[in-house]
Design a binder for this molecule. Structure first.
Ligand SMILES: [Zn+2]
Length: 112
């Protein structure tokens, strides 16, 4: 039961290719630095499944990492194939929206 605030109308790179842009059906437009998303990969290799503690550290992710391919997972998520070879993280649309809302709230940094 995804609402318009968690339903992407359009997903693609920004004009200069530096960010991933999602236009939501509620009209909100969010933009993400690829490395910001890579650092928040929710897969079992990046987050301890038992404790929920992130095991991925900043120095494991190259600066300038970018998605070589983006795949839809059903109707609810995206999966990236990153330029550092990682590709197991499944990012629900709710996660993108939560990261963006967090950024707008001033407690996160999606701009770099
Ligand atoms: Zn991962």
């Amino acid at each position: 039961m995804a609402g318009p605030e968690t339903t992407p109308a359009d997903i693609g790179p920004t004009e200069d290719g530096s960010h991933l842009r999602i236009v939501w059906e509620d009209g909100e437009v969010s933009e993400y630095v690829p490395r910001f998303l890579r650092m928040r990969c929710p897969c079992a290799a990046c987050v301890d499944e038992l404790t929920g503690v992130r095991t991925l550290t900043e120095d494991q992710v190259p600066q300038g990492v970018y998605p070589q391919a983006i795949h839809y997972v059903g109707r609810y998520a995206l999966r990236f194939e990153w330029s550092d070879g990682h590709g197991t993280g499944i990012y629900p649309f709710e996660l993108f929206r939560a990261l963006w809302d967090e950024h707008r709230g001033g407690t996160g940094d999606a701009s770099g």
